[in-house]
Write a protein that binds this ligand. Structure first.
Ligand code: ANZ
Ligand code: ZN
Length: 824
């Protein structure tokens, strides 16, 4: 058959045309007044760092598939976009160019927005937001004040990671091997008065509510969250210290090893250390404290690092047996975990043992595990065994009983209690930078901290630029350029007061943006509760696994607080989470220095948006990395052209009854529709593309082998193909839909319904002979395997009877029609 009118499809022209159509038609605007069931698909907030790159292309196509699919299934879909537009890169760019950070930010946003539109995303652009817009950050400030009212935002002095070059506080994650992640300078510790969110109050709930996420979130992410929260069960045990009235409490997960404690360790920067050190040892201690400040937490906790410490000149008393334990300050103990003090049990804890080895401290075994003696091998034995040298525990053989027996004893004697400790710390949110959301607090010499009254929100950033923003050890908002902005009258007493000069961590901005999308123009609060009820929780969240911990934990925390404020009626904001992989090239992450970057814009220019999207999707499961060196956008482009030509070959009219069409092709079509729906539900998008390729092949074969373009089954196949493929390749399918004689848009089409009778496999009759006589007839699917036919034949009661218990010597199978059995 000769190919007819619609030979090739022009990607660039189609992109222009349909982009304009979708905007004009408001195709993807989510209707708040809908009566349909709703679904909410959300992609993680983009940061406006430049134009879109391959990573965006991958992340956003996954969410787009889900959004488009749910639309076709009859849901009213909310699929919004916005920008996480505060942050340090804009500020650094502004310093360099003597400009305002907003100029760089909003220019990049424009570029990205245009690229997203070109990329064919089914986005409701009317809900677009930017966290650096005063109308948005007004509500970030409002939320801060609500947290403050509830005692969930507070200030305290603490040692923080400080980069002397960037002159700012760094989060632990921003410190890499003791160096600033951004500029490489050695990070120091600095004591600062900082704002915190009391996320630790929610530690247990953050753990417990993960039950609701099982099955919807990747197990790996849940494990990382659990780990980060780090719940430990154990005991608080009180130790008397010579010359100190109050006992000191330690947290231990192994109170059962109390008799094995041979020394006592305090974190060097814990207030306790400086308090109890004797004059004789003070100088040495202070020198050690200085040294400690240069190590990161991770280094301090690593087991293979040489242990260091100093004796403080005092002893602690073991509450179990009255033994005198020398007290050390050592940096393997952290000031802000547990109580900042530990009882050291070298026989059963490796870090304690390393320390004991170095400082020649005694090693007393209290659990006999049958392993070599730790005092000789210097390998600690943390496992189960029989308790020895342990008073009431002696003879017990399991850890759980040992632990609970000891805790009962401690509780009875008033020397300890059951305790739970979390690794999770409060969230340090102060940043000494300009381009962030100002903290809406005023400091008054007579009234102290005074919240900015709600009707004075937002506290808008002053207009600083260039040199005003250069790091000078304090926030640019504390500098001379911001004097006018900073100096205000106290809202309470009217006296002279000053604004807080810190801005918020940008993770605060991104902890509630998904609520705002539900009612972006709302002026009575951060969101309209009725709109949130309609759209939320988010049904599908899509984003990178680099956010597996902090962002996801923070937004879960925010949601729980909003729940406690009575503003939302759920506690988990995201039902399902998909972590897409990365796009790499030649086995390595793309980078400027390697010169292996792939430019998204160039790929689109060369192959068209649909081919790029389809290539990404087809490359592998969404969670896997894609190596661009292994994929072939030109062959996906050919596939799309083949699909397009099928639409052109259909000669029947829309609405043609398919029931009289070619049955074999109809079976392929209906099976594909059913299977693709299940695959989309499971996010197996690459297999979806493979099935659609098969549908294209089957349809082409039917047309060319004589069924012809007029057969109703060909129209049915072409229409199903167009609708199914539209979730991946939106432009070419709009063209196909039109060629097939339908009014745009294919996004408004309904998902094809499946005729169950066409899913049933055709059956054949299989004759079973025993010694040449027909003993059974089986109705089986035409593609039943030989092994299966043999099994079915031998299980048949008629065959069993004919065999009369004899062994089978030989079975000959001619699938699918004959099985011949020869008994012994
Ligand atoms: C005695 C002991 C004996 C311990 C033993 C362990 C094994 P997780 O499980 O991570 O919660 N520890 C307590 N506070 C600490 C701090 N601030 N810095 C460093 N280490 C600290 O760890 C709890 C255990 O880590 C505690 O139990 C304590 O050592 C130590 F055979 O107490 B253990
Ligand atoms: Zn005042």
């Amino acid at each position: 058959m000769t190919e007819q009118v619609h030979q090739t499809y022009d990607a660039a022209a189609a992109q222009q045309r349909w982009q304009a159509f979708w905007a004009e038609d408001r195709t993807f605007v989510a209707d708040d007044a809908t009566t349909r069931p709703t679904r909410y698909v959300l992609d993680m907030f983009p940061y406006p760092s430049g134009d879109l790159h391959m990573g965006h292309a991958e992340a956003f196509v996954m969410g787009d598939i889900v959004a488009r699919y749910w639309r076709l299934r009859g849901f009213e879909v909310l699929h919004p976009i916005g920008w996480d537009s505060f942050g340090l890169p804009a500020e650094n760019a502004a310093i360099k160019r003597n400009a305002h950070p907003g100029e760089w930010t909003y220019a990049n946003i424009e570029t990205q927005a245009n690229s997203f539109k070109r990329y064919g995303l089914a986005i409701d652009w009317t809900r677009r937001l930017h966290t650096s817009d005063p109308e948005y950050y007004r509500w970030t400030q409002w939320l801060f004040l609500k947290f403050y009212e509830r005692g969930l935002a507070y200030r305290k002095d603490s040692f923080v990671n400080w980069c002397p070059t960037d002159q700012t506080v760094l989060a632990n994650e921003q410190v890499v091997q003791g160096m600033c992640e951004r500029c490489g300078s050695p990070v120091t510790k600095r004591q600062l008065n900082q704002w915190y969110f009391r996320i630790t109050d929610y530690a247990q709930r953050l753990l417990d509510d993960m039950e609701q996420l099982e099955g919807g979130w990747p197990d790996r992410v849940l494990a990382m969250q659990r780990n980060w929260i780090g719940r430990s069960e154990g005991a608080h045990v009180q130790f008397a210290i010579e010359g100190r009235e109050e006992p000191v409490t330690v947290f231990t997960t192994r109170p059962d090893t109390l008799y094995g404690a041979t020394f006592f360790v305090v974190a060097p920067e814990a207030a306790l250390a400086a308090e109890i050190v004797t004059d004789e040892h003070r100088a040495e201690f202070e020198a050690y404290l200085e040294q400690t400040k240069r190590a990161t937490e991770i280094e301090r906790q690593s087991t293979d690092r040489e242990k260091t410490g100093v004796f403080l000149g005092v002893h602690a008393i073991n509450p179990a047996n009255g033994a005198k334990l020398p007290v050390y300050a050592a940096d393997y103990v952290l000031a802000d975990y547990g109580t900042g003090a530990v009882m050291a049990v070298p026989a059963h804890d490796q870090r304690d043992l390393d320390f004991a080895k170095k400082y020649r401290l005694p090693v007393i075994k209290v659990v006999e595990t049958g392993e070599a003696d730790p005092a000789e091998t210097f390998v600690a034995t943390p496992g189960d065994g029989t308790y020895v040298n342990s008073g009431i525990l002696d003879g017990l053989t399991d850890k759980a009983t040992g632990v609970s027996t000891m805790i009962d004893r401690l509780e009875a004697t008033g020397r300890g209690t059951r305790a739970i400790t979390f690794r999770l710390r409060d969230w340090l949110l102060s940043r000494q930078r300009f381009w962030g959301c100002p903290i809406p607090i005023i400091h008054c010499p007579s009234c102290g901290e005074v919240p900015v009254p709600e009707d004075q929100l937002p506290v808008v950033l002053p207009d600083l630029r260039g040199e005003d923003l250069a790091p000078k050890g304090t926030s640019p908002l504390a500098g001379p350029a911001a004097t006018q902005w900073r100096e205000v009258a106290c809202p309470r007493c009217g006296g002279k007061a000053e604004r807080d000069t810190d801005t918020m961590d940008t993770f605060v901005d991104s902890s509630w943006y998904f609520f705002r999308y539900c009612s972006p123009g709302y002026t009575q609060g951060p969101f309209d509760p009725a709109d949130v009820r309609r759209w939320m929780p988010v049904d599908q969240y899509v984003g990178g696994v680099e956010h597996a911990i902090l962002h996801l934990l923070y937004m879960r925390f925010f949601t729980k607080v909003l729940h406690d404020m009575g503003m939302v009626d759920f506690v988990e904001p995201m039902r399902r989470l998909l972590n897409q992989g990365q796009v790499i090239n030649e086995g390595k992450a793309m980078s400027k220095s390697l010169g292996n970057g792939v430019d998204l814009g160039e790929q689109i220019d060369a192959f068209g948006v649909d081919a790029v999207r389809t290539t990404i999707v087809f490359a592998g499961p969404p969670e896997d990395d894609i190596d661009w060196a292994d994929v072939s956008p030109s062959s996906t482009e050919k596939f799309l052209q083949r699909a397009y030509r099928i639409a052109g070959d259909v000669t029947s009219a829309p609405g043609t009854d398919p029931s009289t069409g070619d049955r074999a092709l109809r079976q392929v079509t209906h099976r594909t529709v059913a299977e693709v729906a299940a695959l989309l539900d499971d996010h197996r998008f690459n297999v979806v593309v493979a099935r659609l390729m098969e549908l294209v092949n089957a349809t082409r074969k039917a047309i060319d082998s004589g069924v012809g373009g007029a057969d109703p089954a060909v129209r049915e196949a072409a229409e199903a193909l167009t609708i199914l493929l539209s979730v991946v390749a939106p432009y070419v399918t709009e063209e196909m839909w039109e060629i097939l004689g339908h009014a745009p848009s294919v996004a408004n089409a309904a998902w094809p319904s499946v005729d169950e009778s066409l899913l049933v496999q055709d059956t054949v009759t299989c004759v079973v002979q025993v010694q040449g006589k027909v003993r059974a007839k089986l109705e089986v699917a035409a593609d039943t395997s030989e092994a299966e036919l043999e099994r079915l034949a031998l299980a048949d009661p008629g065959v069993q009877r004919a065999l009369e218990g004899r062994e089978v010597r030989k079975v000959i199978v001619r699938a699918p029609k004959l099985v011949s059995i020869v008994p012994a």
